[in-house]
Design a binder for this molecule. Sequence first.
Ligand SMILES: Cc1ncc(COP(=O)(O)O)c(C=O)c1O
Ligand SMILES: N[C@@H](CCSC[C@H](N)C(=O)O)C(=O)O
Length: 408
Amino acid sequence: MAVDASSSSSSAKRPAYHLATELVHIDSDAVKDNYNAASVPIYQTATFKQQDADGSGGQYDYSRSGNPTRTAVEVHMAKIMSAERAFVVSTGMTALDVILRLVKTGQEVIAGDDLYGGTNRLLTYVSQFNGVKVHNVDTTDPTKVEEKLDPIKTRLVLLESPTNPMIKIADIRTIADKVHDICPSALVVVDNTMMSPYLQNTLEMGVDIEYHSGTKYLSGHHDLMAGVIGCRTKEVGDLLYFVINASGSGLGPLDSWLLLRGVKTLGIRMEKQQSNAIQIADFLEAQGLKVHYPGLKSNPQYELHKSLSSGPGAVLSFETGDVGLSERIVESARLWGISVSFGCVNSLISMPCKMSHASIPAEVRKQRQLPEDLIRLCVGIEHVEDLINDLTNALEIAGISVKQPVSN
Ligand SMILES: Cc1ncc(COP(=O)(O)O)c(C=O)c1O
Ligand SMILES: N[C@@H](CCSC[C@H](N)C(=O)O)C(=O)O
């Protein structure tokens, strides 16, 4: 009998301690090694020796189907996401690709009108080549989602909350309830990358599938690419495992190990990044800039976000009113690196319309009211005074006179 790694132990162990504690402790039963290694070994192997001609004798036969290092991180992720089952795949986009394989020609997807550029690109691909209708709606208003629900055709409702890059909030609980009421066979999917499982648990809100770009907060150091998928039920987990094994999209052993190492410090990184972000948002708002961040009391979605999560996170964006001015600010920053991505320990600055969201055609960006002058800040763990001083310099060089500079 061939080994079936679909039965490998990646199902949930509910957290017993605070998440910050659970993050650090890896379940040693997930992977048995002969030497009681304190760190999960990297099983850098493609295939596994079997004992009998029928292929029986072990939990693993081939690393596309399952690998012990991958199992260790999957079990760990299932625990911290309160998932019935979790999977790790090669990138965040792979996670979405695997999930989208559950949508057949003729079925429909409802997604946001503010969402990561690569997500928009993949959704455009499935609508152009796979005959899947994609509705892009304002997910800050549950009635806009409800208007597009079709009990027969709707297969997925895909949410980002907060959205990338306008940091808008979706009422995840209300939307999940409505979708399940009206379309019992539809799946609610949340890209929870921006919050990470440390700040927001969407499966506990009734969401069917939560996924992450593990390239971001989960790993935290921009030294690997990964995607993480958590499922609320075994049935959905089985469907996704089939696609991951069939397509060979599972994460390799070395990157699984790096992800497992990185995720242990998620709590401490997120606390520091978030505390820096709150102070930076206050500073920018005090300059009269239009700041998008759910940690600001002036944000109309402040209470809603608070009801969904345990914090506002560490990504924010702001408008200056002028593309040239924004370019000057970005290029004048020294400490803030000009890069796409977020969730790393070092701080980054970018202009989404020219960088992470450039793949969305200009006319679509305009129609969706994505401001061309938008600057996105991804706040790291540096000393906050250094970050604010660097922004102060950048704003002043660009021509904005700063009202409340932070003194050294
Ligand atoms: C919100 C969001 N989801 C998914 C992705 C895709 O992740 P990856 O780059 O790991 O494929 C990104 C960025 O790339 C993102 O910003
Ligand atoms: N050239 C890349 C851009 C990646 S953007 C990465 C990240 N999600 C972000 O929001 O910064 C592409 O076209 O995918």
